[in-house]
Design a binder for this molecule. Structure first.
Ligand code: CMC
Length: 392
């Protein structure tokens, strides 16, 4: 059918109207509900930003308190979920485990599957916001073969996540480090939404069949896992490690990235929309210096990253293609300084992106958007006659 416009990768196709996130790729502007990312990262905390993204306004004190209490009320994860988790091998990648556990939540919360009223939507939203960080922490505990703890309801959203990840035993209180809490809060805010990226589009399209919030989020986690998307934060550190092991010479890796016969790409570089700079990367680069300084961590990989960035930005290949460091380039260095293992980096991204996925799913449902169903241009065989097995 001639009327169909082909646009592989949807580079120029708008899939929806949205009032959540504004992004100007030429100017390097990112705003959530009209508030600049720089200001939110500096002045708001993650739960406020989650509320803002999902409901459209910054919460007042009473609204924030209610939101927090509603989330805390739902923070217990069914004991049988631990049985599901125990069935995985320790070598399982945390993102595969997180996606599976998120999907398994539907089995333990059957009422959260059909969410046609706004009230039922709200219930499903606070449930997933409450349980997702518990599941995220448990993916790390699984890797480390440690006991699974529930949320400490006396702590804030980010603090309790850290405690569930790193608490040593049932009695020991985990000593929170203010620098680590603040840095993680900032990183989560910077990752909280990014309009119609791959995982968010996935959440919207799965949700458009009315599959339910948890199933849609589980699909979003799978989409985020890939190294071209959220998985880049893990891939960046692995690349920097490789450069270090190779003696620290970045030029070899720049040459590899430019070589069209080599599938290697400079991880943490380039973006579909940002063509001048990624405002998140700017904030994170600055934060990396501050956080490592405050924690007294001297990571040789930070210097390698800076050297690699400088070399790439001076190289005609990267200049011509407008390739700049993206959000994932420096984030792993901060996660590492916090003691978070490399395989967990994309899980941290998922915890940050959760409010964005929820906000986009809610907007899609409230606007009663139709089922997502792209068309195609068929290029296969025309009509053929069936050949019986003995004649093939
Ligand atoms: N290293 C080397 N060359 C690159 C890179 C890179 N990182 N990124 C893009 N290019 C080249 C690409 O080969 C192409 O060259 P040519 O025009 O000669 O064929 C040109 O730049 C345009 O790239 P594209 O692949 O058409 O751009 P895209 O919008 O489809 O892809 C991207 C965007 C982010 C997937 C890509 O830049 C990439 O693979 N980057 C590395 C992975 C990464 O860091 N991903 C994280 C993205 S930001 C956060 C997130 O989404 O989670």
């Amino acid at each position: 059918s001639g009327a169909i416009t082909l646009d592989p990768g949807y580079k120029n196709t708008g899939s929806c109207e949205s009032a959540i996130t504004f992004l100007d790729g030429e100017e390097g502007i990112l705003r959530y509900r009209g508030y600049s990312i720089e200001e939110l990262a500096e002045k708001a905390d993650f739960l406020e930003v989650a509320y803002l993204l999902i409901f459209g306004e910054l919460p007042n004190e009473a609204q924030l308190q209610k939101f927090n209490t509603d989330i805390l009320d739902q923070s217990i994860v069914n004991e049988d979920m631990k049985t599901v988790l125990k069935g995985f091998p320790e070598t399982a990648h945390p993102m595969g485990v997180l996606s599976s556990l998120t999907s398994a939540l539907t089995a333990f919360n059957p009422k959260s599957v059909n969410v046609d009223s706004e009230e039922d939507m709200y219930k499903a939203i606070v449930k997933i916001l409450a349980k997702f960080p518990v599941l995220a922490a448990w993916t790390l505990r699984k890797k480390n073969n440690q006991a699974f703890y529930n949320k400490d309801t006396n702590l804030g959203y980010v603090e309790s996540l850290l405690k569930m990840m790193f608490q040593q035993d049932a009695n020991k209180t985990y000593k929170l480090n203010k620098t680590v809490v603040n840095a993680l809060d900032k990183l989560l805010i910077l990752h909280a939404d990014h309009e119609q990226n791959c995982s968010t589009s996935t959440v919207r399209i799965v949700g458009s069949s009315h599959a339910g919030l948890f199933a849609s989020i589980s699909a979003g986690v799978s989409a985020l896992w890939g190294p071209l998307h959220g998985g880049a934060n893990q891939a960046v550190i692995e690349m920097l490690e490789e450069i270090k092991a190779d003696g620290g010479d970045t030029s070899k890796f720049i040459a590899k990235a430019k070589d069209k016969d080599d599938p290697f790409r400079l991880m943490g570089f380039g973006h579909r929309v940002y063509k001048n700079f990624d405002p998140r990367a700017k904030i994170i680069k600055k934060a990396a210096d501050e956080v490592l300084g405050q924690l007294g961590v001297d990571d040789p990989i930070l210097e390698i990253a800076k050297g690699l960035e400088k070399a790439a930005l001076e190289d005609q290949y990267f200049i011509d293609r407008k390739l700049y460091p993206n959000v994932d380039f420096y984030s792993g260095i901060i996660y590492r300084a916090m003691g978070i293992p490399t395989e967990m980096f994309t899980v941290m991204f998922a915890v940050g992106r959760l409010p964005g996925w929820i906000a986009q799913w809610r907007e899609m449902r409230l606007r009663k958007e139709p089922i997502g169903r792209p068309r195609q241009v068929y290029i296969g065989e025309t009509h053929r006659k069936f050949k019986s097995l003995e004649n093939r």
